[in-house]
Design a protein around this ligand. Structure first.
Ligand code: GLV
Ligand code: MN
Ligand code: MN
Length: 399
């Protein structure tokens, strides 16, 4: 087992949450390319250098801390949701830093560290690792916009002075990402560690419905072309239609809605919203997509609305690498005997993109109350350290 130091690991993890601290619990506000995100990346680059790694920013803000020669790559992301927890992504980056630092001190094996950019999807889905892995062409990524209309190209210009060249994936032998579970299963079973077998697939697109903006006092109900009523109708019809199409683990979310002009005395003329769905079966994702497109067209026709589908981002369901899963499983059994399980991930992770390039695997630790993407997100310190120890064992064993 590599000689990792839990105190040093926890100190760095708490230091990182100082960047973009929300002031509510341990929460953070550190979306990709925000001032807090860039400051955190600069701090991380310094910690990498102090650990004996060479920090490199690539053209899209991904930050690598490179060990010499061919190495294992470990990490996650340090950007957050608009209202994020302190561990989502940050845990995997700082655990990787501690493992790489301990490996440097022990004289090997070489471990490199990465913090990918925009995993949380201000612009896309796992944007930085999707570009780096070749899943998303840079020219296409540059046209993606955030909810306020800023393009990815404009956002990454804020880091242009730091940008070096692309890091060649061929210098890495595999990728391991530690992460919080972000769901209820480990905690409710009293377990400390999860070894991920699969990551679900996802589709995410923006949809717009346009009707006629009008006076909310004088426009009779039967003459209205109300875009918000269209969205409401679509949501009801889709929930009914999905009922006999989905499995226990299928999820779908309308998480971002912009009603225009968003005033109480105006019949809404336009509504744009996100439609996201996730499942472990690519075939089911296809069938849900067809249902969404058909149902939206039915609603638009019935209500005299025009319908516009924006670009859709998609990631296929992904299996983790058998050899890395076996190493993490042995580390889990040695660290938390009988208190770990193999499990799928319902959240999306950079490891899904990385598996296109190299063997990839993931390790989970429990989330208190199953809460994440919220300032209240947290994990017991003993579980954070248990996860670190599993990594330290697995990396030594793989070497
Ligand atoms: C990543 O945070 C996801 O949405 O699963
Ligand atoms: Mn994450
Ligand atoms: Mn997240």
């Amino acid at each position: 087992m590599l000689p990792v130091q839990p105190d040093r690991f926890l100190a760095d993890l708490h230091a990182l949450r100082g960047f973009g601290a929300s002031g509510v619990g341990k929460g953070v506000i550190r979306p990709a390319f925000s001032d807090a995100d860039i400051a955190a990346r600069d701090w991380l680059a310094g910690r990498m250098e102090a650990a004996g790694l060479s920090p490199v920013f690539d053209p899209v803000g991904n930050l690598f801390g490179l060990a010499g020669g061919k190495s294992l790559l470990m990490g996650s992301h340090s950007d957050s949701q608009p209202e994020g927890g302190w561990l989502d992504g940050a845990l995997g980056v700082i655990a990787a830093l501690e493992v790489a630092r301990a490996a440097q001190e022990a004289g090997g094996p070489p471990v490199s560290v990465v913090s990918f950019q925009d995993e949380e999807g201000r612009f896309g889905i796992t944007t930085g690792s999707a570009i780096w892995s070749g899943d998303l062409p840079l020219s296409e990524a540059d046209t993606l916009t955030d909810a306020g209309g800023m393009t990815f190209a404009e956002a990454r210009a804020a880091m242009a002075a730091r940008a070096g060249d692309w890091v060649a994936p061929g210098r890495f032998t595999g990728f391991i990402e530690m992460h919080i579970e972000q769901g209820p299963w480990l905690e409710s079973a009293g377990e400390q560690v999860g070894v991920v077998t699969d990551i679900v697939g996802i589709r995410d697109m923006r949809i717009a419905l346009e009707g006629q903006q009008n006076h909310a006092g004088t426009t009779p109900m039967h003459l209205r072309r109300d875009a918000f009523q269209g969205l409401s109708d679509l949501n009801t019809r889709l929930n009914a239609r999905f009922a006999d199409m989905v499995g226990d683990a299928t999820v779908w979310t309308i998480g971002h809605v912009a009603v225009s002009p968003n005033a109480s005395s105006i019949v809404p003329g336009r509504v744009t919203f996100s439609m996201q769905w996730r499942d472990g079966s690519a075939d089911r994702l296809d069938r849900m997509e067809a249902a969404i497109r058909e149902t939206a067209a039915e609603v638009a026709a019935a209500r005299g609305l025009t319908l516009d589908f924006g670009a859709m981002r998609a990631l296929a369901p992904t299996r983790m690498d058998d050899r890395l899963v076996a190493a993490l499983s042995e580390g889990a059994e040695a660290t938390a005997p009988g208190k770990w399980r193999k499990m799928p991930s319902g959240a999306l992770h950079d490891a899904a993109c990385l598996s296109r390039l190299m063997p990839a695997a993931m390790l989970f630790v429990p989330s208190i109350g199953g809460i994440s993407h919220d300032f209240a997100e947290d994990t017991a310190e003993a579980d954070l350290v248990a996860g670190l120890n599993v990594l330290a064992r697995a990396v030594a064993q793989l070497a």
